[in-house]
Design a protein around this ligand. Sequence first.
Ligand SMILES: O=c1[nH]c(=O)c2[nH]c(=O)[nH]c2[nH]1
Length: 303
Amino acid sequence: MTASPRPFLLGPNQYGKAEIRVLKTTRDGATHHVRDLNVSVALAGDMDAVHYDGSNAGVLPTDTAKNTVFAFARRHGIESPERFGIELARHFTTTQDSLHRARIRIEEYAWERTGDTGHSFVRAGRETRLAQVTCEGGDVEVLSGLTGMTVMNTTDSEFTGYVKDAYTTLPEDRDRILATAVTAWWRHRETNGAAPGPGWDDSYMAARTHLLDAFAGTYSLSLQQTLYRMGAHVLELGDGIDEIRLSLPNKHHFRLDLTPFDLSNEAAEGAVYFAADRPYGLIEATVLRAGAAALIPADLANL
Ligand SMILES: O=c1[nH]c(=O)c2[nH]c(=O)[nH]c2[nH]1
């Protein structure tokens, strides 16, 4: 007797351990160094049996994935989020026959030194560094990125000449504040996980600088134009970066009408603004090197 076909089929699936918080210290005499990561492991492969029949024979426990992260931090150290992700992704896919794809997503929190002890730190109020490494069929894809890099220009930004319909009330503005919290992911051309020439940490710092330089250096006619300039600057000056995806919330600052209080409030006078937190415009785009494929998912939240 042949089994009747299943009415419901298993679709795309993955499993793993999310948000493994690991802090690695290294000591250079009295000078200590720290790397503070939040690591998420997502594994995929031959997982029909566990879903259909409850057979765990091909399932590496998520608890083991967590232990592996801690053990690798001790055994290999954490040179950079990208390198650590590559080591982990390769490990899972090369040691377990049932696992065909490993995706390691890492957030790094920055600490700055305080005092002169060599072992005292203050958590930096900076952006969060991001890395994602995907290992599948021997190929390694490395994305680097950042989120929460809040920037503002208090002039050199306008928004005029836009479409006006029956519902448009927005006044044209030739001197507005432009502020955003940058989320960016960029893709490294190398598919075998080789570090870019300057190394992962310097490559990251360079891309961050290029984003900031383009934001500060662009006279903005729209956040869309600023976004494109920021992405293009990273592709132009970065080392081996083919694609960058940016998500820029427009953190609106509305210049107030203070005439009821007999006060003018022009930008040129040093105006007062209402910093609105929502709703916000959300400007998102990928910028690509000509000839490169768009491989970074459009929905960065699901990356
Ligand atoms: O830079 C901007 N782009 C827009 O598309 C837009 N829409 C809007 O209301 N304000 C702005 N600002």
